[in-house]
Design a protein around this ligand. Structure first.
Ligand SMILES: [Zn+2]
Length: 226
């Protein structure tokens, strides 16, 4: 019968741990501070943000699954640790990992579009509207036919305001761009007063990351007096 007690003896473990620390310390690399990896895939530790691989006796840290790491995992998986990038001490970054990480980031650059800027050119961002009706606290505004294409690509996100002199007077509830003259439906606040004059709609990029349309209504307002 095997006697695992011996290897589990805390004193022995403490002693071994201390000697390993001293070894690393004597090389001036800094103490090894393993953390739990963000995830494991078939037992393989997967790095999270700011995490790197280090080997118990290695002088380098690894930001990727390079050949050195793969070999270490094959030969002595228990010697492969994950630590925070901030805790690598004097260990140097592995060159093989640098090459891999550069390849990954250039592949990403090619396939991922840069994030859209929230600003739009002023000429694209403003759409004139005219009042076509007010009934039961609902204001109907129409846009010109020439804006139908753009408004087809425009979403109404929650809490889009009708803004009058910086005050919220209502909420945009719907945009119907299937009509030749696209229709904007605004639910008015009880205290809101409606003018017959021209209105305008500001567009921006959507705030919701799940947005399927490239534009969103930022707000609707009466056209300010000149
Ligand atoms: Zn490496």
């Amino acid at each position: 019968m095997p006697r695992p007690e011996r290897s589990r003896n805390p004193l022995v473990r403490k002693y071994l741990g201390a000697s390993h620390k001293n070894l690393a310390g004597s090389r001036g690399l800094g103490e090894l501070k393993p953390v739990e990896p963000t995830a494991r895939q078939d037992g393989v530790p997967i790095l999270g943000e700011d995490q790197v691989y280090v080997m118990k006796y290695g002088t380098e840290y690894h930001g990727a699954w390079c050949l050195v790491v793969a070999e270490a995992w094959d030969q002595a998986p228990r010697g492969l640790h994950v630590t925070l990038l901030a805790d690598v001490g004097e260990r140097n970054g592995c060159m093989g990992c640098d090459v891999i990480l550069k390849q990954v980031s250039s592949a990403l650059d090619q396939h991922v579009q840069p994030p859209l800027s929230p600003e739009l050119p002023p000429s694209d961002a403003l759409i004139p509207l005219k009042v076509i009706g007010v009934a039961h606290g609902i204001l109907f505004l129409a846009a010109g036919q020439e804006h139908q294409e753009r408004l087809n690509e425009t979403a109404v996100e929650p809490a889009t305001p009708l803004s009058v002199d910086g005050r919220r007077d209502g909420m945009v509830v719907r945009l119907d761009a299937t009509r030749t003259e696209p229709l904007l439906v605004v639910q008015l606040d009880p205290r809101a007063t409606v003018t017959d004059g021209p209105y305008q709609m500001h567009l921006r990029r959507p705030l919701q990351r799940s947005a399927t349309k490239p534009y969103a209504v930022e707000c609707v307002e009466p056209v300010p007096c000149p």
